[in-house]
Design a protein around this ligand. Structure first.
Ligand code: PGA
Length: 249
């Protein structure tokens, strides 16, 4: 059985005291044993978050990292720096990184390789823009993103990969893919992975949906047989909403 996962991407929100308040609530809320729960606070709160969440079963994930090990990259953070404070997973390829910080699939391919080499798990985000969906190019766009960023990885690397399909038009917009649209795309993604590797590998892969997942739509979205959880933005900033989503399976 592949993992069910709900991950909260806090983006550039929550200072030290807000982080503490939110994590204290999350730590004590009930969650199903079979669901892996992750939170991705800002870099400055990562260490504090690992300390606060000790023993909770909730893991702490970074929102980004640089592909280089060290050097003249002002403002950047390496895998070694993350590992050094107990962070073993990283989100790569979020649409905000792509659009605001010009990260291409070629750049992301390097970041993914660096994270994997460091023994980290990667939540790899991708998805089409509105115009691409309107012109029916979405299946092809997603295929190209995966091909460029991931499909030259060896099969053994996929144990460390979690995919997050996030249609750009649904992120932070309040608009969400319908459960049918999500399932249709997730089935397409799993088929692509199966064709490039094999069915066993594809079957073991967790594919999350992201884009305006809220307590009132999570259950329906998660019913898709290829939808293994969610990457949650806005709703992950509120402990009750986030835990309602975790409990929506
Ligand atoms: P949202 O963000 O849930 O606020 O739409 C999702 C994401 O950016 O991962």
């Amino acid at each position: 059985m592949r993992d069910k996962i709900v991950a909260g991407n806090w983006k550039m929100n929550n200072d030290q005291s807000q982080t503490e308040a939110l994590l204290k609530k999350l730590k004590h809320l009930d969650k199903p044993k079979e669901v892996r729960v992750m939170v991705a606070p800002a870099f400055t709160q990562l260490y504090q978050s690992t300390e606060l969440l000790q023993g909770s079963g909730i893991s702490v994930v970074a929102q980004n990292m640089n592909a280089a090990d060290s050097g003249a990259y002002t403002g950047e953070i390496s895998s070694g720096m993350l590992k050094g404070i107990g962070i073993n997973a990283v989100i790569l390829g979020h649409s905000e990184r792509r659009s605001l910080f010009h990260e291409t699939d070629e750049i992301l391919a390097e970041k993914v390789k660096a994270a994997l080499a460091a023994g980290m798990e990667v939540i790899f985000c991708f998805g089409e823009e509105l115009e691409e969906r309107k012109s029916q190019a979405h299946f092809e766009v997603v295929a190209q993103q995966l091909k460029t960023a991931l499909f030259d990885l060896p099969a053994s690397a996929w144990k460390q990969i979690i995919l997050a399909y996030e249609p750009v038009w649904a992120i932070g917009t309040g608009e969400t893919a319908s459960p049918e649209q999500a399932q249709e795309m997730h089935a397409h993604i799993r088929k692509l992975v199966s064709e490039n590797y094999d069915a066993t590998l594809a079957d073991a892969l967790s594919i999350l949906y992201g884009g305006s997942v809220k307590p009132n739509n999570a259950k329906e979205i998660f019913t898709g047989k290829d939808v293994d959880g969610g990457l949650i933005g806005g709703a992950s900033l509120n402990a009750e909403d986030f835990m309602a989503i975790v409990n929506a399976f």
